[in-house]
Design a protein. Structure first.
Ligand SMILES: [Zn+2]
Length: 671
């Protein structure tokens, strides 16, 4: 039997042979690969020899190579080019895979070998990287509960499975509330709405089977409605419905679910020997402790609140000029902020677009990587999964570094958003393996394809993640590339966005699609300034949510999360006219799963670092300072998870990050 996924790949640089693979190949390949992986795991766990780094940790690193292949091919096409068959496969694979991996992490024989090595670690004569991989492997098992015995072990399984089902209910309730509510708009209710919002409202109306345009609770529709609708009564009605998601007192109410989740998380942390869930969660992060997270958030909070308070006064005055008395409310902020934005720095998106051609922006992202790291990009002909995909061979001094694939255009078969993944991660063990890295975006197709400024930023962002993969230079795959702490992983990507803002980059690559003229200076300045607009509001709504998330997971779980939330907001003096970006009953980041629980802060943490890291270039004499570029590659882009994030940052910067550059960048303190 020759399943093309499991056979040798004879394509250039052994890129997955997409055109030879059919959907019917996935299920048998997955079954075969999981069985092979299980056999490898059993052989390691049952090995009669005394555990050694080679026969246990390295054997684990080398195991599952077939499974990696199947999953990298499958998840690439399932995310970027799905179809009903692939969706069905995904539903079928997802429980199988979670059972497969949790079977490994709860394998007691395997854990005993790892734990034995861990206790003898000082006598094993390991390299720094080996010691790190041993520590991470051991810690991963312990955190999954592998060290628990008897009753504690059984209770842990119960807690985990209850948490999983509560997370699912939370998500489903939220979806139901978002799906069920809509507000019909008569012609006279459309006042103030630009064409694109009216079109979106009409499309939503058709979808709901209404007789005309409607507002729904989808962020992409309600936010522009709140921004543009001159009807204060309708803004209030829509805002109240939006803020009440998950808290309507009916069968989709999420408040009790949130309380139970917090209680079970605390129990889970305590079963594992931690004082609180925040302590458990932050152990693997750069921040490490709740106090350090709070410190950072509060350093940002104070100036952000001061700016928001000052902005609120300006917006209130505008509202009074409109003849509306009383305080500025949460349903007024976006509306008056939009009026102010138009008056202060109107940026004509339509005039800007021709200057941001996709191909020129790709060139710009490559050119920056060339100046900074000496990388060169040459078009590569390879059979990929969709005709819109493009590939490049990445080299340095004539030596192969990686393959980079770009899949830039939106289509119905692609999920929304933008992402970067390694179809093959860099490693040197068990043999040299060069990365194959893909960026997937959702830009509108066109001839030529033109981007918005946000799109261009997304392109640089994802390319920053790609560099983290492509420049990786470690031995073991489990710590390669972006396998780093969650609050560190966005550093390379957010940092790379700064090069788009370098005036000489825009001047060279933002050229008009028809005339070839560079972007006029006045427009360039407007673009850069507009990025800072309304940052008091945006910072306040975000930081408030992050502080509530943190408070929920520190110490004992609150019996009533809603009153805990109110308490936190009162303590920090939350401005009246700003709501939390995500209030508890619809805070999916925190309650739909574990991903961002006690971790919502990490966006801000990374942003503090990227601003501080880019400032290092500016201090050293410019965005392309070669010494800084070298330090960035040596200490951050090539090192993966081989050392603690804090040590990596210290090695690059010579000190820990400070918030000043972020506050300046967001315009919250004077530059
Ligand atoms: Zn990212």
């Amino acid at each position: 039997m020759t399943n093309p996924i499991l056979s040798d790949w004879t394509t250039p640089f052994e890129i997955a042979p997409f055109t030879a693979i059919s959907d019917g190949d996935f299920a048998p390949a997955l079954d075969e690969a999981m069985a092979a992986h299980n056999a490898q795991i059993d052989a390691i766990a049952d090995n009669p020899d005394v555990p050694s780094f080679a026969n246990t940790i390295e054997a684990l690193e080398a195991a599952g190579e077939q499974l990696d292949r199947v999953l990298s091919v499958f998840f690439t096409v399932a995310g970027a080019d799905s179809n009903p068959k692939r969706e069905e496969l995904q539903r079928e694979f997802s429980p199988k895979l979670s059972a497969h991996f949790s079977g490994i992490s709860s394998n007691k024989d395997l854990f005993r070998r790892v734990a034995d090595l861990w206790h003898r670690r000082d006598d094993l004569d390991l390299s720094d990287e080996q010691a790190r991989v041993l520590m991470l492997t051991h810690r991963g098992f312990v955190r999954a509960g592998a060290a628990l015995e008897g009753e504690a072990d059984a209770r842990m399984q119960e807690v985990k499975s209850r948490l999983a089902s509560l997370g699912t209910s939370f998500t489903q309730n939220l979806l139901a509330d978002e799906r069920d509510w809509f507000m019909e708009l008569a012609e006279e209710d459309l006042d103030g709405l630009p064409d694109f919002v009216i079109a979106a409202a009409r499309a939503a109306g058709e979808e709901k089977g209404a007789n005309g345009p409607v507002v729904t609770l989808s962020r992409s529709l309600i936010v522009p409605f709140l921004q543009f609708s001159s009807r204060r009564d309708l803004r209030e009605k829509a805002y109240r419905a939006w803020a009440a998601r998950g808290a309507n007192g009916n069968e989709t109410d999420n408040r009790e679910i949130a309380a139970e989740i917090l209680t079970l998380r605390e129990e889970r942390a305590k079963l594992l020997g931690y004082d609180s869930f925040a302590e458990f969660k932050l152990e693997t992060e750069m921040a490490r402790s709740p106090d350090r997270v709070r410190d950072l958030l509060m350093q940002v909070w104070e100036p952000a609140k001061a700016r928001a308070d000052a902005d609120a006064d300006i917006l209130t005055a505008m509202m009074q000029e409109d003849g509306v008395n009383g305080p500025l409310e949460a349903w007024d902020w976006r509306y008056y902020a939009e009026k102010r934005r138009k008056a202060e720095h109107d940026l004509d998106e339509a005039a800007l677009k021709p200057y941001l051609q996709l191909d020129r922006m790709i060139e710009a992202s490559f050119a920056c990587a060339n100046r900074l790291f000496g990388l060169e990009f040459a078009s590569l002909d390879a059979p990929l999964y969709h005709p819109d995909c493009r590939a490049w061979e990445v080299t340095r001094n004539g030596k192969h570094v990686a393959v980079f694939i770009g899949d830039y255009f939106a289509r119905g078969s692609k999920r929304s958003g933008a992402w970067c993944s390694a179809m093959r991660a860099q490693a040197k063990f068990p043999e040299e393996q060069t990365p194959v890295v893909i960026n997937v975006c959702n830009f509108a197709k066109g001839d030529p394809a033109l981007l918005s400024y946000d799109d261009a930023r997304t392109l640089f962002h994802e390319f920053g993640h790609a560099l983290h993969q492509m420049l990786s230079n470690v031995t073991y795959e489990s710590i390669s590339g972006t396998s780093v702490a969650r609050d560190f992983v966005e550093l390379p990507s957010q940092l790379y966005e700064h090069w788009l803002e370098v005036p000489e980059v825009l001047a060279e690559y933002a050229t008009h699609a028809e005339t070839g003229e560079p972007m006029p200076q006045a427009m360039l300045e407007k673009v850069l300034k507009a990025a800072n607009f309304d940052q008091g509001f945006q910072t306040v709504e975000y930081v408030a949510s992050a502080l509530v998330d943190l408070a929920f997971h520190e110490g004992s779980a609150p019996a009533d999360p809603m009153s805990k939330q109110a308490e936190v907001l009162a303590e920090i003096g939350m401005p009246n006219a700003i709501g939390m970006r995500h209030a508890t009953p619809h805070f999916a980041h925190v309650f739909a799963g574990d991903g961002y629980s006690a971790g919502y802060y990490s966006y801000m943490w990374s942003e503090v670092m990227d601003a501080d890291a880019f400032a290092a270039f500016e201090e050293a004499g410019g965005a392309f300072d070669p010494e800084r570029a070298k330090a960035l590659e040596e200490n951050i882009l090539s090192t993966g998870g081989s050392r603690e994030a804090e040590d990596l940052y210290l090695a690059f910067r010579g000190r820990l990050p400070g918030v000043e550059a972020l506050l300046k960048g967001r315009g919250l303190i004077a530059a």
